[in-house]
Design a protein around this ligand. Sequence first.
Ligand code: FAD
Length: 500
Amino acid sequence: MKTTIIGAGIAGLAAAVRLAVAGHEVDVFEANATPGGKLSQFSLGDYRFDFGPSLFTMPQYVDELFELAGEDPRAHFNYVRLPDVCHYWWKDGTTFSAPADTEELAVRAESTFGIPAQRVRDFMATAEHKYETTGRTFLEKSLHKSSTWLDWKVAGTMLKIPGLDLFSNMNAVHERDLGHPKLVQLFNRFATYNGSNPYKAPGLLSMIPHFEHHFGAWLPVGGMFDISQSVYELGKRLGVNYHFNTPVKQVLRGRGCVVGVETEQGLVDADAVICNMDVWLAYDRLLDGAKKPKRTLSQQKSTSAVIFYWGIDRTFDELGVHNIFFADDYENEFTKLEAGELADDVTIYVNVSSKLVPGDAPAGGENWFVMVNAPADTGQDWDAWVKPLRTRVIARLSSQLNFVLPTPIAPASTPKNDLADHIVEERIITPTQIERLTGSHQGALYGSSSNNTMAAFLRHPNFSSDIGGLYFLGGSVHPGGGVPLCLLSAKITAGLIEKD
Ligand code: FAD
């Protein structure tokens, strides 16, 4: 069977491997010059940066691809577990380093926040229960095939869901279960793992910390891009044909079925076409005349981001690989995001992969990926917003990392006392550029948000019900955004194709 995949994001790469193993002749067409999409990399001088994802959970879904191909994953792809997942900082000087181990997390939370460790243990046990009860139904199966719903286990899951905080929001659940405002804010942050708002996203999603504090947080030894690169190379060994710098312009159809794709180089016939391109843009640009699933495509977008990639000329022992500097008023930050704006006081995420990947920065330096959540792009004047945002981010980080802020009358000979003086390389990315570089509608990081109880059901299915042989995968469709879910979307889609 001749199968064409549009886009070499991680889901497209993973599906290519699965289908090549199943005996398909697979062609992958990618608009960019390299594989990975959001999971790609670039360099500034001697500093290497991962473009997008920095937190890696559920590495077993990558390993599975090598095992499927009869290869030892450890011969091609390696990663290390982070003992402490994330360092949290508040303006009042409180800091908290969250260990991966649940028991240690509970004990450390008690000593920092003064709440009984048992509350954290119970909260994490509930997170595990939510995942174990619903995870396999919602994340590992198509929700849009009748065969899924005829399974009695799935019916059982549906009956249990209302009791799993589906109808309250994450913040309410965290206030109820954890009590301490800083711990509530810390766990609310997990809503951003799929670009959602903790004051709206269903409390069922408080299962997300279970991924990090049970399955663990990891870092590939060469940085996040190792994931894309190793899966791409596995595909090459299996005979997948990759075509870079080759955007697909149209999905060709005849008699209600796909017959191929059109690229700038010409027409390519195919028995099945799999779209790893953002689903909204696919309907807009590649499927002329196709009926659009309006309700699905009009779902609220996930958040986007403004990212500062900084080559820093010194090291900071107080930082870990993942660091969060919280805003004081978290709810206001999300209210602003929903209004398409940025709060004055924003939460800042700093990732420093060179802490564990020495080649990522020159000796004595660090590569900082500094991200601020931003609304999806609906025409905001990002150029006007970025400069003051940069000033605020530098001021906040400088003050927490014990710099003295410079005064306007400081003499030219004043020693370096501002973080800005240590930035020797810089690239800034806004939501508009995220859309342009990765083909993600409005620069959304995770497709549509999970800000309502029906969100899981309203994502686009992994197949078209109108056009035979057309399939969808990746962060903008079921089961959603983030690297692990994209890998699962590849598994679901490859399974559907095999069944069809
Ligand atoms: P994408 O990465 O979206 O790639 C789609 C590909 O399709 C692109 O390469 C594009 O060029 C190509 N394409 C589009 N149109 C065409 C066309 N017409 N013809 C040919 N090719 C086309 N996830 C995590 O798990 N952990 C994180 O820490 C995390 N952080 C993130 C931070 C940022 C800044 C971003 C941007 C994302 C982050 N994510 C994170 C989300 C994660 O990166 C995505 O969910 C995932 O990588 C999306 O993969 P995908 O398979 O959907 O494809």
